[in-house]
Design a protein around this ligand. Structure first.
Ligand code: FPP
Length: 261
């Protein structure tokens, strides 16, 4: 996606010692960056704060990630906000997160207008509390005509559930005679995933140091480069986004093919 280089340079002025915009090849920016935002709880505990303070601080990081992604010209930024397994957390924390998602989305709508960002959700949002679902639907409606970066938020998302759903949808089409079983191919599955129409992530960022996928985008991450930082999500800044891109640009992507010379 196009970006305004002057605006980008201003945004990335005052560089720290180890990274600056000149370390990045602006002609090789990933199209789709995805993020597992981990460590809000640990960030709060390390500061003697309640866990919810970590989630509230995480909102600021997410806003900065959206802004830096727009400035850098990503086509898609996606982020894992709430998994199908996260319902097992204490009810109080689940309620807080659902409330935070709704209030944050409403509050950030002007940013989505200003930056021409189109919102999308990955996961089954029909199962969310009514207030959260309504705000999400409003966000979808109000940003539907935007033509800039897609911001895809995974909420009530689980990759195995997504694949089971896609399989179910294929089976229904076969049973109804809309397609033959022997026509089922990768594309048939892809078209029925929540990410349908989006490019696969080029880069996956995970904060807090854990080396696992946590049931996130198992299909879509087949050839994605991973960047794991020990920083907790609330400490992830625009500079960490640059560090992640620098690491990505240092990789040799082969997609299962031969090594490029
Ligand atoms: C992981 O930290 C974070 C979450 C489960 C929630 C993600 C939510 C945010 C970043 C808040 C803002 C999001 C939106 C969409 C408004 P954790 O609680 O698993 O941390 P821990 O592993 O240290 O316990």
């Amino acid at each position: 996606m196009e970006f305004d280089e002057g605006e980008l340079r201003a945004y990335y002025a005052d560089a720290p010692d180890d990274i600056s915009l000149s370390d990045i090849d602006l002609t090789n920016i990933p199209r789709h960056v995805s993020m597992i935002m981990d460590g809000n709880g640990r960030w709060a505990e390390e500061r003697g704060l309640a866990r919810h303070q970590g989630h509230i601080a995480g909102v600021d990081s997410l806003r900065e990630a959206v802004t830096s992604s727009v400035r850098l010209g990503f086509d898609v930024l996606s982020a894992y906000a709430f998994s199908t397994e996260n319902w097992r957390r204490p009810q109080e924390e689940v309620d807080l997160l659902m409330h935070l998602f709704a209030t944050t989305l409403l509050k950030e709508l002007p940013l989505f207008y200003q930056e021409n960002v189109r919102l999308r959700f990955l996961g089954d949002i029909t199962e969310l509390p009514e207030q959260t679902r309504e705000v999400f639907e409003e966000g979808l409606e109000k940003t539907a005509a935007h033509t800039g970066m897609v911001f895809a938020l995974a909420v009530n998302y689980g990759s195995r559930a997504e694949l089971a759903r896609a399989t179910r949808l294929v089976a229904q089409d076969v049973v109804a005679g809309r397609m033959n079983a022997d026509e089922v191919d990768e594309r048939s599955i892809e078209e029925r995933l929540y990410t349908s129409g989006l490019p696969d992530p080029d880069l996956l960022v995970r904060t807090s140091g854990e080396l696992r996928l946590s049931n996130y985008l198992l299909w879509q991450l087949a050839y994605t480069e991973f960047y794991v930082t020990s920083k907790h999500w609330p400490d992830f800044s625009r500079w960490d986004m640059l560090r992640a891109i620098r690491a990505y640009q240092g990789r040799n992507r082969r997609f299962g093919g031969v090594v490029e010379s």
